[in-house]
Each structure stands twice: as C-alpha cells, then as structure tokens.
Write a protein that binds this ligand. Structure first.
Ligand SMILES: [Zn+2]
Length: 460
C-alpha cells in the first residue's frame, strides 16, 4: 500500500526567488521609508507616515484605514483569504525614537546610509525595517501566488516609543476588528548570540515612589538629632522590611500568584547560550545577587524583582554637612511575572507600607501588566518551521523577556497567544545613535514572514 501524504511539504522557492530578485528594489523602498521622520515624542511626521502606510497596505489588497485614537492613529489593514484559515495579527510600530544626540551619528539619522552591509538610520531596526519586512512578505506572497496563505490583520501603532498610552483603549474599543488567532510582533533584536528566536512573554512593571517627611525644615543634627525623626532613616527601615538579605521580597503575599516554569520552559532555558563567567567579568562582579543558587534565566523570566531605583534626601555634596533633612524620597520598581497583576501588587505594597510606616506616602506610578504565551501553543510549530525554512536554522525559544512591553493587550484583552519573532541584529543600537540593520537580516525577515504565514495557513 502506498501511503499518501495528506500535507505535501510546503515549497516557497518561487517566493524566495522573488525576494532575491527584488532585493535592490526592496532595499530602495526601505531607504525611502526610513528617510521619513516619524518621532512620536516630538509629534514630527507621524501623520504623513500613517498616510503612507495606509496607501501602501491598500495597494496590497488590504482593507486599510487609519483609526483615530486620543493620540496618533493606528494603521489597521485586513485581508481575508478564507473563513476557515487562521487569522494572524501582525503588530508593529511606525513611530521612532528621537535621534538625539545628533552629533554622535556618523551619518545623519534621516539620511539612510549603507556601511559594511548595514543600513544606518533612525527607526531602521526599531521598528520600520522589521514591519516593512512583514509587509514585503505579504507583497511577495501576493505577487507569486495571487493570494495570502492565511487571513492577515496588520496593526501599526504610532505611539510605541512614548509608551503606547492608547493601545489598551484602542484594543478594547475595536476588538471586533481584531479577531485573530494569534499575534506576531517582529521588534527588538534576535538573541545576542545572533541566533533567531521566538519570544513568548514579557515581565510587567509597577513603579512607585515613597515619600517620608520629618520636621517642616532641615535642622542642625547636633541640636535636633535624636529628637526629630529623620525621614531618611524612616525610608531605610521601611525598605529593609520589604526585602531580606536572602534576596526574598518580604511583602505579605507577594509571591502568592507566581507561576514556576513548566518542564518545556525549563528545557528552553537550558538551551539558551550562557557564559556566566563572561558576564561577571564584563560587569566586574564577584557574584550575582541573592539567592545565589537561583539559575540565571529563571531570575529574569520567572521571578519578580523589587529594585530601589533611587534613594534621595539630605546632603550629598563634597565634604560634610551635619544636617538633619526634613524629607526623603525613594523610587522603586517591581518587575511582575505572569500570574501577578498591577492592582494586586500595588495593593500588597500599600498594605505593607500602612503596617510598617503609615506616615510614608505611597505614590503609584507607571505600570504595565505581564504577558505570557505557552510554549506548547499549537502555533509554535508552524512559526518554528517558517523560521527554519527561511533562515536554515533552529530558533531559540525564549519563555520571557526580562523587560516590559504591552503584549498583555493581546494576551489579556484579546485573549490570543502572542509571539515575538525579531529580525534585527543584536547590535542594532535601537534608541541610540547609529541605529542600524544588517541588510541580510532585512531580506531574511521578508522570507521569514512569508514562510511563517505559509506554515500557519497550511496548518489551518
Ligand atoms: Zn523602541
């Protein structure tokens, strides 16, 4: 009996050949795109770039609009291939960081320049070159096949670099237009080893300020020390009740909802390249923070932190000043892990402060929820296959980034799994002078986008 394979292996040689044949044209168009400033922090060029994107996506058979928000518009495009096919939401952002300091750029930030196989321009890695690669993947698939392998929603934000202040509101208001099965974001660099990766999560963050007050004025430490309370000591005592020498955060119930890594996540972490001795020597450290026995990646992916960002008050100048300061302030942040929430953690911190130092003022500041997608998601395999087909090697699976991005708007508001598939080189210098993208990675990104969508479509 002859076995008939039900799924013929995917062949994208025509699409890859099309990308190869159009390299120069694609590069020229990327250069034109990154020549247009779109600096959200300064309100420069955003509307023009949004219009450009609406025209571009419309030309690719995407039903596209610039959806107004209370800030800059969201560019939203839809393409439906078949109601049975999965719908992939491709997210990116078309705003860029301010280019300052200008004098540190070798070539001007909005005059894209090629040096040593890299294109230098503000926004080329973060994020224009990466979402432009996704758009060119759609273009290449349409040119070769006349249709896309799955349904696609493109969502491009104009305020990511100022902290995405309106994306949650937008997603809540327009969830009917965002009915997708998964979201893929191509932003940030690949793993620092240069190997591509799939990112499954981010930690959240909750920043706060503590303010302690003593007398209504600074006082003489000889005349008033030991009589008038010192707000700096108040904060030092309070902070020392929040974390012990073993590195454990001692706020009641703080770890209640922390979820430990699954077996798959443990395995993924053990596959990540790590040279601890090199890190310690680079940072001039003799040891890591407590608890000493905690594995490196578990620290940044699966444990929350409490960091004192700054402790201020009194005199810090040259020589001495025997002053008893009248106020003191501490700034702190907590990195939240999946399972914890902003409201839960702020409430626990506030209750702790009420119990230990009721006169200290607690001020909530910026916060963002954590996000996590399961490694055993059914979409892992087609995304992985797409990366292998386009780039020829196995991606690393990264359970979580240590930092924070608003992925929760997808996983928690839309309730869909979120995958990060970055294309940029590890030294892309995003947010810094001389931002750059290796041109080969741009072309590989176009092929990867096409291959991921094709594998996702074949699966549906
Ligand atoms: Zn950025």
């Amino acid at each position: 009996m002859i076995e008939q394979p039900t799924d013929p292996p995917l062949d994208l040689s025509d699409v890859f050949a099309y990308v190869d044949a159009n390299q120069q044209a694609f590069l020229d168009r990327l250069i034109a795109y990154v020549s247009q400033p779109s600096i959200s922090a300064h309100g420069i060029g955003i509307g023009e770039v949004a219009e450009f994107l609406v025209a571009l996506l419309s030309s690719l058979k995407l039903d596209t609009e610039a959806v107004p928000t209370s800030g800059w518009p969201m560019v939203l495009g839809h393409h439906t291939t078949s109601p049975e096919a999965p719908t992939v939401l491709l997210y990116g952002h078309y705003d860029v960081q301010p280019p300052d300091p200008l004098e540190a750029w070798i070539s001007p930030p909005f005059e894209p320049t090629i040096r040593d196989g890299r294109l230098y321009a503000r926004g080329v890695g973060d994020n224009k070159g990466q979402h432009f690669a996704q758009i060119l993947a759609l273009e290449s698939l349409l040119a070769c096949r006349g249709k896309l392998p799955c349904n696609v929603i493109v969502l491009l934000e104009g305020e990511e670099e100022i902290g995405s202040p309106h994306i949650a509101e937008f997603i809540h208001q327009h969830r009917d237009k965002l009915q997708a099965d998964l979201v893929i974001t191509s932003d940030g660099p690949v793993h620092e080893s240069g190997q591509s990766c799939i990112m499954y999560g981010v930690r959240g963050v909750a920043s706060f300020e503590l303010r302690a007050r003593g007398a209504n004025q600074d006082l003489h430490s000889g005349n008033w020390g030991g009589i008038v309370p010192n707000p700096l000591w108040t904060l030092v005592h309070l902070l020392s009740t929040m974390k012990n020498e073993r590195g454990e955060i001692t706020i009641d119930g703080f770890y209640d909802n922390v979820i430990l890594p699954t077996e798959l996540e443990q395995q993924a972490m053990s596959n990540l390249p790590l040279n601890l001795e090199a890190i310690k020597s680079e940072l001039d450290l003799s040891q890591l923070d407590e608890p000493l026995e905690r594995p490196f990646f578990e620290r940044t992916m699966f444990w929350p932190t409490l960091t004192i960002n700054g402790l201020h008050g009194g005199y810090g100048g040259p020589g001495t000043k025997t002053v008893l300061p009248h106020e003191a302030m501490a700034k702190c942040d907590i990195r939240l892990v999946e399972g914890q929430s902003i409201d839960e953690i702020f409430a626990k911190v506030e209750a702790h402060i009420k119990r230990h130092a009721p006169d200290v003022e607690f001020i909530r500041q910026a916060a963002m929820e954590p996000s996590k997608t399961a490694l055993d998601s059914p979409f892992t395999e087609p995304i992985r296959q797409g990366i292998i087909m386009a780039q020829g090697h196995e991606p690393l699976l990264i359970p979580s980034a240590g930092g924070s991005l608003p992925d929760y708007v997808f996983t928690k508001i839309l309730g869909i799994p979120a995958f990060g598939v970055p294309y940029a080189n590890p030294d892309e210098a995003n947010h810094a002078p001389n931002e750059n993208l290796e041109i080969e990675r741009f072309f590989a990104g176009i092929k990867t986008g096409a291959a991921m969508l094709s594998h996702l479509g074949a699966k549906g």
